[in-house]
Design a protein around this ligand. Sequence first.
Ligand code: GLU
Length: 428
Amino acid sequence: MSETTNAFQIAQAQFDGVAAQLNLESHVREILRWPRREFKFQIPVRMDDGSWQVFFGYRVQHNDSRGPTKGGIRFHTSETMDTVRALAMWMTWKCAVADIPLGGAKGGVAVDSATLTVREKEQLCRGWVGAIHKNLGPRTDVPAPDVGTNAQMMGWMMDEYSKLAGEYTPGVITGKPVGGGGSLGRREATGYGVVYNVREAMKHLKLDSSQTSAAVQGFGNVAQYAALGFTEQLGGKVVCVSYWDRNDKAACSVVSPKGLDIPFLQGITDQYGTIDKSKATAAGYTIEHGDAWLEQDVDVLIPAALESQLTGETVKKISGKVKVIAEGANGPTTIEADEHFKKNNIFVIPDFLCNAGGVTVSYFEGVQNDMNYYWNLDEVLQRLDTKMTGAFHNVLQVSTREQVYMRDAAYMVAINSVVQAMELRGWL
Ligand code: GLU
């Protein structure tokens, strides 16, 4: 039988494994292996040509014992209730492991936002909020960007909510544009958070980061700042970046054994993460197939695209040199791939620890909105580094003490924190 790549089944299987190790009672498992609330709704949009198109929107609130639910909105053609459920569940664990007082949620729309005009996109964003606003709010559920959404879209959504609420409510959503209620550092936060985790992992593994190399999957927001931080902060080399080419409708890679110039690549990448091939070739880089990032002789692999990319099949392509997998994406690794990493002693920084930088600065954004007082960039990044470094070492300590895989250790920290909050509130 082929392995499952259904993200929700993977999220539940990961949870079940650790719940058994923690001897959680069955009703506690039942609460946590399903979301508390799920919404699916229609969003009719008048298109620019005058026709109507009806989109499907989702919002899933997994657990709010530690605070208002929190998590992004994804615009992607492959969005389903199950992907949203999985991503919502991982948000609960992410906020718990990062020790920020929020729960887990996720939302989405099944759409390719690159096919929409700016006006259509704005209508879709406003329609999404209109359909679900009664279940959102700074003390209820706070969305944010994810794959296919950006700061401008968060700005429109905040505006729509404020209109419906009858008052300016910046805290209803995070990842807003700077100058429009957003926080400095939010754009870089997820990628830089990945880099702070990699830095700590390298110290632990006694690797000199300036002598290491990495390959990255994806060249969207997370991947770009992870690659930038890896080169600028750690002094390492990024030799391959794989991305989805919108023009070719295929995954491609840009490769340079000498190392890629990341700011240059950012300059030739469109807003959807497609790199201009002719400019990349003119710079001396080679263009290869989409799996090339897996096959490089590097020390670090950074999957920073979508879920279920590292499978029982694709891990066979990974070089024996790889020592660290830093999961910038949510859910990039299947259960079989995890078994492979355990067996081969590859150090995995699990997704909801590794990519928690985004939601951490989202939390800072909410705090700044509440205070109506804004921090400078250094202040934000300093606080982010402190949070990420603390979270990494908490998980590492459990992994060392209990002799468990890093993902299981992260689950132990997160589940214990959520169960404790449920107990303290008298839910159990
Ligand atoms: N979408 C991001 C994530 O998966 C950020 C969520 C947030 O900032 O609320 O972590």
